[in-house]
Design a binder for this molecule. Sequence first.
Ligand code: C2O
Length: 347
Amino acid sequence: PVSPDPNLTNCIPVRPAFGNHTIIDCCPPVSHNIIDFKPPINPVVKVRPAAHLVNATYLENYKEAIRRMKALPPNDPRNFYQQAKIHCTYCEGAYKQAGFPDIMFGVHANWLFFPFHRMYIYFYERILASLIKDLDPNFAIPFWNWDSPVGMQIPACFHNDPTSPLYDSLRNPNHLPPAIVNLDYNYGEKDQNTPETNLQIMYRSVVSTSKTPTLFFGSPYRAGDREDKPGGGRVQDILHSAVHLWTGRDNKTALYRRTEDMGAFYSAPKDPLFYSHHGNVDRLWEIWKTLGVKRKDITDSDFLESSFLFYDENKNLVRVKLKDCLDTKKLGYVYQDVDVPWLDAKP
Ligand code: C2O
């Protein structure tokens, strides 16, 4: 067994598994020149702020960055909608594994989930920062602090102004503020939870049922594996999925019930909130590693040598090895230090 790598040159149009059923082409522009990623040398360590705590200047810069990203030519890989399509390519079967032309490359419900999404939002952030170098050279994306009672609603800046580039009309109208997220939502009758219940779900998912690397990251996924979803970790399956399904607008007429944008693979990152949601998922990985005992990164070389391809802020196609993304400080960011009230919410 060896590590799975994506092959971009035989990317194909796909029919999304859920939600929309027409065939879509989410393949990015092709480039045959692939650069190996090197973590920045002595990076300035930027702080990703909690979305509900940002000030007006930050918010104006952030909105301007998204506006500029949306205004790039449609076939520029840095364009907002090109960035959104990355999720479709890695999650709906558009990319095949290098060396296995009939086997898809998947990054959900397997151990690639956390590192893939870390690097996806990392390059998105680098692109945004480069687009507003003139305004804020150290720009870092905000995270949605849904694990804390102060952040359990959709952050105001994403929904309170329909003309804002952070707004998305495809969200569940019943789940806008003051609705409180249900962290184990799965289209059930319970639209909201109390903060206390959410804190207990947090404790259960991150602490008591995530005691080993496999329980946290998900099951092994190696080159040539036909099953791309051998099983996700608790944070991915419960908390992460719940927030996706809860945020999107319910489309009960779809063959498979999914909520677009946020609740379907192909459409989730069309909502700018996706990147803040994944900021928080990424932050939980950092917190989990501080909880001790066996809570450490996987050391299997098949995991560490896995790679992903992304376009960077200079439109270069970059190959990132998973082993280079385990330390956020080396990548150049940390999360704003906020309360973690669920750490003592043992039920
Ligand atoms: Cu790739 Cu939150 O999903």
